[in-house]
Design a protein around this ligand. Structure first.
Ligand SMILES: Cc1cc2nc3c(=O)[nH]c(=O)nc-3n(C[C@H](O)[C@H](O)[C@H](O)COP(=O)(O)OP(=O)(O)OC[C@H]3O[C@@H](n4cnc5c(N)ncnc54)[C@H](O)[C@@H]3O)c2cc1C
Length: 287
C-alpha cells in the first residue's frame, strides 16, 4: 500500500561537520539529508524509513564552488548554483550545462551535488558526467578524509563506495584542457526529466586529428560505463567516422537495462544516437 506520510523519525540539525559525523555514528538508524529531493519521496513511499535524519543544511562551508586549477564543488552546492557558477563555466563547462538539464527549477534549487552522487540513481546525470571527466569524490568520516575516483565511487544502482557514517564533502573535477571538448546529452523521461539514457563524450584533438575519444553512457548499465572510441583516434572526426563509431557503442554494453518506459533495446538505440550527437559536439568544442 502506498502512503504519502513518512514513518516517524527523529530530526537533528548539526552545525559542524564533526557533529554530523558523530551523530551518524551514534544515532542508530540515522541517515543524512541534504536537499531531500530523493530521500523524502522515498520516505513518503516507505521505501526508506530512517530512525533519524541528520540535516546537513546547517553546516557552514559545504556549499562552495572553487577553482584552483581544478574545480572543487562542495557537497551542499545546489544544481542551481552549479549551473550559474562562472567558475564552473570557466573550468569544466559541461558540468553547469549538465546541471541545467536536471529536473525542473524546484529540483535544481533544492537538490545538491553531494546528495546526487551519494544517491547514485541510475537515471541521474552527474554520475555519468563525473566519470567522463575523470572526477573524484571526497568522503569524510570518523577516520578522516579520503578521495575516491568517480570510477571507483559509483558501484551500481544506488550503490557507492561510501562507508557507513561517511559523508560526501566535495567533488573535484579536473579542468577541461585546451584542445579537449566535452559534451553531455540525454533522452529525458518526459515526467521527471531523469535521464533514460545520458551520454557524455570527451574528445582531444591535436593538429586537427583526434588523439583520444571516449563516451560514457548512463541509464543503460549501472554504474555508467565507459566506451573507448578507438576508431576515431588519428582521424579529423568526419561526420561519417563519428556515425560509424557511434553505431558500435551499444556493442560494448551488452545486457542493457530495460523498464516499463524504455526497453533495453530502445535504450541501446538511444545510446548510439546520443553518442553520435555528443561526439560531434565534443569535436566542435575541441577544435
Ligand atoms: C521530480 C524530480 C526530478 C528529478 N530529475 C532529475 C534529473 O533530471 N536528473 C538528476 O540527476 N536528478 C534528478 N532528480 C534528483 C535530484 O537531483 C536530487 O536532488 C538528487 O538526486 C539528490 O540530492 P538531494 O540533495 O536532494 O539529496 P537527498 O534527497 O537529501 O539525499 C539523497 C541520498 O543521499 C544521501 N546524502 C545526501 N547528502 C549526502 C552527503 N553529503 N553525503 C552522504 N550522503 C548524502 C541521503 O542520505 C540519501 O540517501 C530529480 C528529483 C525529483 C524529485
Amino acid at each position: 500500500m502506498y502512503t504519502m506520510r513518512p514513518a516517524k523519525f527523529e530530526y537533528h540539525r548539526p552545525t559542524s561537520l564533526d557533529e554530523a559525523i558523530s551523530l551518524l555514528g551514534e544515532v542508530e538508524g540515522s541517515r543524512p539529508i541534504a536537499g531531500g529531493h530523493s530521500l523524502l519521496p522515498m520516505m513518503k513511499l516507505r521505501l526508506a524509513a530512517p530512525a533519524a535524519l541528520v540535516d546537513l543544511g546547517g553546516i557552514p562551508g559545504l556549499d562552495g564552488i572553487e577553482g584552483n586549477g581544478d574545480l572543487t564543488i562542495g557537497a551542499l552546492a545546489t544544481h542551481a548554483s552549479v549551473l550559474t557558477s562562472k567558475i564552473a563555466v570557466g573550468i569544466a563547462p559541461v558540468l553547469p550545462e549538465t546541471a541545467a538539464m536536471i529536473g525542473d527549477r524546484q529540483v535544481r534549487n533544492r537538490g545538491t551535488m553531494g546528495g546526487s552522487v551519494a544517491h547514485a540513481d541510475p537515471g541521474a546525470d552527474y554520475p555519468t558526467v563525473l566519470k567522463a571527466l575523470g572526477a573524484s569524490i571526497t568522503a569524510t568520516g570518523k577516520n578522516g578524509e579520503r578521495e575516491i575516483s568517480a570510477d571507483d565511487f559509483f558501484r551500481g544502482i544506488f550503490d557507492t563506495a561510501l562507508e557507513p557514517g561517511e559523508l560526501v564533502t566535495s567533488v573535484k573535477v579536473p579542468a577541461t584542457a585546451a584542445g579537449t571538448g566535452a559534451a553531455y546529452l540525454k533522452h529525458a523521461h518526459p515526467a521527471s526529466r531523469y535521464a533514460v539514457v545520458g551520454v557524455a563524450a570527451v574528445v582531444s584533438v591535436e593538429n586537427g586529428n583526434c588523439t583520444s575519444a571516449r563516451v560514457t553512457v548512463g541509464g543503460l548499465t549501472a554504474p555508467p560505463a565507459h566506451v573507448a572510441v578507438e576508431s576515431l583516434v588519428g582521424s579529423p572526426g568526419s561526420e561519417e567516422a563519428i556515425a560509424a563509431a557511434a553505431e558500435k557503442v551499444p556493442d560494448s554494453l551488452p545486457d542493457p537495462t530495460g523498464d516499463t518506459y524504455a526497453s533495453g533495446e530502445y535504450r541501446a538505440h538511444l545510446s548510439s544516437v546520443l553518442a553520435q550527437r555528443a561526439l560531434s559536439k565534443a569535436f566542435e568544442r575541441a577544435t
